[in-house]
Design a protein around this ligand. Sequence first.
Ligand code: SAM
Length: 243
Amino acid sequence: PAMRIDVVTVFPEYLQALDLSLIGRARKRGRLDVRVHQLREWTHDVHRTVDDSPYGGGPGMIMRPEPWGEAFDALAPAEGPVPHLLVPSPAGVPFTQRMAEQLSTEPWLMFACGRYEGIDQRVIEHAATRMPVTEVSLGDYVLFGGEVAVLVIAEAVTRLVPGVLGNAESIVEESHTTGLLEAPLYTKPAEWRGHEVPEVLVSGHHAKIVRWKRDQALLRTARTRPDLLAATPVGEFDKHDRA
Ligand code: SAM
């Protein structure tokens, strides 16, 4: 069965990227069921207002709870099954490949895209009485809205859904799946503008190539992400790594 993804946003146009490339193809093939909704559909005033000024003062506007509540009621009626609600927020838990792996096994995800200063917290509190809810952060920086975060999360998750990516093997050896960064990659020509492809890769010596890739992954991780290397359990290193 297809994984279902609902996105509620005031900028549905942002999500048009989900029509393209491998996600678009997976949708056409029926592997993914992606539905994008305009939050303003669940407003009732002539201006279709979704925001108001913050209680307690402070700058900017906050998204009012009522349209969100109505949207969730309409998309996930009380009787039926419920989605896992993901709410992008710089105050959420950091999004990781591990989280993507877990989410890729779930049948139904729903995203609530914040704008302005964010969403009234009671929306999250109330949703959590009815469905699993995770506030999730892309990283330690602030975006204008949740739409780009949804594109990132949806892409990371859906490429792990069986049948979405053409070549399932390309997932296994990747950066962050192994816990290390991937070794540098090369294709033809063997020499380009005076730069050569590392000799071992054209040697045809399989065991040496495997060893080279492993060493490069270790070196690259040590240089750019020593935190990842430090977090790797000792048991993950082989006897060559330790030599
Ligand atoms: N007032 C919020 C704060 O200080 O935590 C920032 C709100 S931000 C301007 C507006 C929306 O962008 C958020 O509600 C969220 O949906 C999205 N957003 C911004 N930065 C994000 C990040 N690092 N990860 C995920 N979503 C983010």
